[in-house]
Design a protein around this ligand. Structure first.
Ligand SMILES: C[S@@+](CC[C@H](N)C(=O)[O-])C[C@H]1O[C@@H](n2cnc3c(N)ncnc32)[C@H](O)[C@@H]1O
Length: 283
């Protein structure tokens, strides 16, 4: 049985490590928010003048603004791919992935979870962190990975070779639609869905589809609390990453997963970060 009080107690160590990191890492977010207006306006911004946490994002934003200006935006541009790879290998991405995996594993112990499902697994970066953390934990569960794009099948099968003991299964699932029957059949309840940065490429009502297979969600998206958007939000929106507002997801969660716990609220409160990044929700 999960309650906010139990989560608060059981996660105190993970919360401290993650939120202290966020406060340190993202403390200068306003400097980047202001500089991003100049990037949007194609004025000069030197990455070295920004806090390290935002330098890769600045490089990516510059590349997007430039390609948009020339009318040549291309996801497959090798320079852009290299920058996204750099982002995925950045300290925050690693700490964020590890925290997400550790939260899911600890909930699995507390709530007797029988299946993990990952949505938007993509390049399998998060899956790989999950399998590594699982190896070091007392929990060993089947992980059903899903994505809307077929490339996930290849990525996960490569990962399967690295983790021969892992129970991995892969399904194609566009979370904007109900889960496929094949997926529903394979999932043993209670099931937990974990994800990172997928909902902003789908839509919030995907949560209703997720509720058809999952009892617990660990959501790793940035949910905007204040309603205020910044130039970087506007530019990333142009490549399909929609900003998500907490006020919009809250009623959907209340309907499908009425119990919710905001994991990193202390970061928002301490540095006035306009977003939260980790929500735990359960039925
Ligand atoms: C930014 S990537 C995140 C990858 C991975 N979750 C991680 O954290 O490393 C977004 C992923 O969401 C997937 N995606 C986008 N729209 C989706 C949808 N409607 N249903 C399922 N997956 C989707 C993309 O194919 C991509 O793999």
């Amino acid at each position: 049985m999960l309650t906010p009080k139990i989560l608060n107690k059981q996660f105190a160590d993970i919360e401290k490590e993650f939120v202290d990191f966020m406060i340190e890492h993202f403390g200068g977010w306003k400097i980047w928010a202001d500089a991003s207006q100049r990037v949007a306006d194609r004025q000069e911004v030197r990455e070295d003048d920004l806090p390290p946490a935002f330098r890769t994002e600045c490089k990516i934003m510059k590349a997007i603004v430039e390609m948009m200006h020339l009318g040549t935006f291309d996801w497959n541009n090798p320079k852009l791919s290299e920058m996204f790879k750099e982002m995925a290998e950045s300290p925050f991405y690693q700490v964020f992935g590890k925290t997400l995996a550790d939260i899911s594993l600890r909930i699995a112990e507390l709530a007797g979870v029988k299946t993990f499902i990952e949505i938007g697994a993509g390049k399998a970066n998060l899956t790989s962190i999950m399998l590594e953390r699982m190896k070091q934990s007392p929990v060993s569960l089947p992980v059903v990975t899903t994505d809307v794009h077929e490339v996930v099948l290849e990525n996960i099968s490569r990962l399967g070779a690295e983790y021969p003991g892992a129970r991995l299964e892969t399904h194609l699932w566009n979370v904007s639609e109900p889960p496929p029957e094949s997926l529903k059949k394979t999932v043993q309840k209670p099931a937990l869905i974990y994800e990172r940065y997928t909902l902003n490429y789908a839509n919030l009502s995907a949560v209703k589809n997720m509720a058809q297979v999952a009892d617990i969600l660990v959501l790793g998206d940035w949910f905007n609390f204040t309603g205020e958007l910044f130039p970087y939000d506007e530019v990333f929106q142009k490549i399909g990453a929609m900003p998500l507002f907490y006020k919009d997801i809250k009623p959907i969660l209340d309907e499908c997963f009425p119990n919710q716990y905001i994991f990193d609220k202390r970061a928002t409160d301490t540095i006035n970060l306009p977003t939260v990044s980790l929500l735990i929700c359960w039925k």
